[in-house]
Design a protein around this ligand. Structure first.
Ligand code: SF4
Length: 220
């Protein structure tokens, strides 16, 4: 099998096991862009806890654009970086109203011009809200694809480019949500549970943990 076929097989294997949708798959483009923006340096759990109240208070772009940064901040105090996120959200709402007639844009080029929106958030919006192929490289995707040997590059942007080259377009949307669940469940940050990994035979990581109580061992 070619490396591209192996990568595709790996993602299909994860897809069979991890069927839950992403926490940031909030159906509408509005909720997805806000939820993903808020999730930077914060757990999804923390975002989901405050999100319903936040959206009830600010249900439209107009309500966010006309609120003061202080008012927005008050709804976000349990979220990491809430001060800068409140400022970004107000700017985001203003720009979406002024330049996009109140609709979240549908291209990477337009999305990344919005305040607080980087490629990861833009990719989540494209993939989850618009079902347009995109790869959101977050901390899980970054770590796991390095361990698998799919990339050696140092920035999320470059990793995204490598993955787009390696993986068939039809599977791009599957990468983020399957790897986030796999990264929380088995291929965890500190000591991956390689002994129970469904894709171990395709993994290049040299320090696999092949028994629950073992120290990292060489590749088997
Ligand atoms: S074998 Fe270990 S390091 Fe490789 S993908 Fe599986 S859990 Fe992660």
């Amino acid at each position: 099998m070619s490396s591209s076929q192996i990568a595709a097989q790996t993602i299909r294997t994860l897809r069979r096991r991890y069927t839950k949708k992403s926490d940031m798959d909030m159906r509408t483009p509005e909720d997805t862009i806000l939820g993903t923006l808020l999730s930077a340096r914060t757990t999804d759990k923390q975002v989901l806890k405050i999100f319903p109240t936040f959206r009830k208070k600010f249900p439209t772009w107009k309500s966010l654009a006309s609120a003061s940064v202080g008012e927005i901040k008050k709804s976000l105090t349990t979220i990491g970086l809430y001060r800068s996120k409140a400022k970004a959200i107000k700017g985001l709402a203003q720009k979406i109203i002024a330049e996009y007639h109140g609709k979240v844009p549908k291209t990477m080029e337009e999305l990344i011009t919005l305040p607080g929106v980087g490629r990861k958030t833009a990719s989540c919006v494209l993939a989850y809200a618009y079902h347009i192929p995109a790869i959101a490289v977050d901390t899980h995707v970054f770590r796991i694809t390095h361990r698998l040997g799919w990339t050696k590059r140092k920035t999320p942007e470059k990793v995204e480019a490598d993955l787009k080259h390696l993986i068939p377009v039809s599977l791009w949307i599957e990468i983020n949500h399957t790897m986030v669940q796999f990264g929380r469940d088995i291929c965890i940050g500190t000591k991956p549970k390689c002994w129970m990994c469904p894709i171990v035979k395709w993994c290049a990581y040299p320090k696999k943990t092949l028994r629950p109580s073992s120290f990292p061992m060489n590749n088997r």
